[in-house]
Design a protein around this ligand. Structure first.
Ligand SMILES: Nc1ncnc2c1ncn2[C@@H]1O[C@H](COP(=O)(O)OP(=O)(O)O)[C@@H](O)[C@H]1O
Ligand SMILES: O=c1ccn([C@@H]2O[C@H](COP(=O)(O)O)[C@@H](O)[C@H]2O)c(=O)[nH]1
Length: 210
């Protein structure tokens, strides 16, 4: 069995983490590569009313069931498939659906707080921080949350000021110190993406995965 390579991709909300992760995935069309989002492990809140769920701080480490993510990463590392929960952003809770993630050679683990937990960091071979200015991120988030996550302009602004911004400065931005690579401007930074894919290819070769 090949050794699993785990790549952590973090940065603030709407910094471009998903776009960077997809760019890395697309560079390895022949390899066995996959991606897991930390957001899939937001805690189940089906015991709360919708109104109560809107008040949760989704940018705090305690909003996530990181123990479950770590357990599933260890299963994948042991060569066993896992059933990843599917999160429902519009209803702010875990759906009752899952998807099957088979064991892979390279796995990207993406999310705002994936470098915050030391146990998660210790599982990673490469740690990436996508660094995008706050004003660009809020503009992108307004558009995305209204178009894709069922939000109003007022709710996006209020959530940004009360949770997203303060939690970014308290918990996310400080994890930049753990990153091996910082990618300013995300997916537009083609040199940064090339450097990462070259490194991944070299680890795969060293491990004899090809
Ligand atoms: N470099 C970029 N230039 C323009 N738009 C971008 C860029 N990177 C991401 N976006 C857009 O910004 C939004 C958030 O990007 P995404 O990669 O999903 O960020 P994250 O995963 O960090 O929340 C998406 O609508 C995406 O298409
Ligand atoms: O129910 C929820 C769960 C999460 N959020 C917000 O999502 C972002 C993280 O996703 P990105 O794709 O990295 O932006 C986080 O900032 C939470 O505030 C939510 O609004 N509701």
């Amino acid at each position: 069995m090949n050794k699993l390579i785990i790549i952590g991709v973090t940065g603030g909300s709407a910094s471009g983490k998903t776009s960077v992760s997809h760019a890395i995935l697309e560079s390895f069309t022949d390899e066995n590569i996959g991606m897991i989002e930390h957001d899939s492990y937001y805690k189940d809140q089906s015991n709360l009313t919708f109104e109560e769920r809107t008040k949760t701080n989704y940018d705090h480490p305690l909003a996530f069931d990181t123990d479950f993510l770590i357990a599933q990463l260890k299963e994948l590392r042991a060569g066993r498939a896992v059933d990843v929960p599917i999160y429902d952003y519009a209803n702010h809770t875990r759906s009752n659906k899952t998807y099957r993630q088979e064991p892979v050679d390279v796995l990207i683990v993406e999310g705002i707080l994936v470098l915050e937990d030391e146990r998660l960091r210790d599982l990673m071979d490469i740690k990436i921080f996508v660094d995008t200015d706050d004003d660009v991120r809020i503009i992108r988030r307004i558009r995305r949350d209204i178009e894709e996550r069922g939000r109003t302009l007022d709710s996006v602004i209020s959530q940004y000021l009360t949770a997203v911004k303060p939690m970014y400065h308290q918990f996310i931005e400080p994890t930049k110190r753990y990153a091996d690579v910082i990618i300013p401007e995300g997916v537009s930074n083609t040199v940064g993406i090339d450097i990462i894919t070259t490194k991944v290819a070299s680890i795969l070769q060293e491990n004899g995965n090809n």
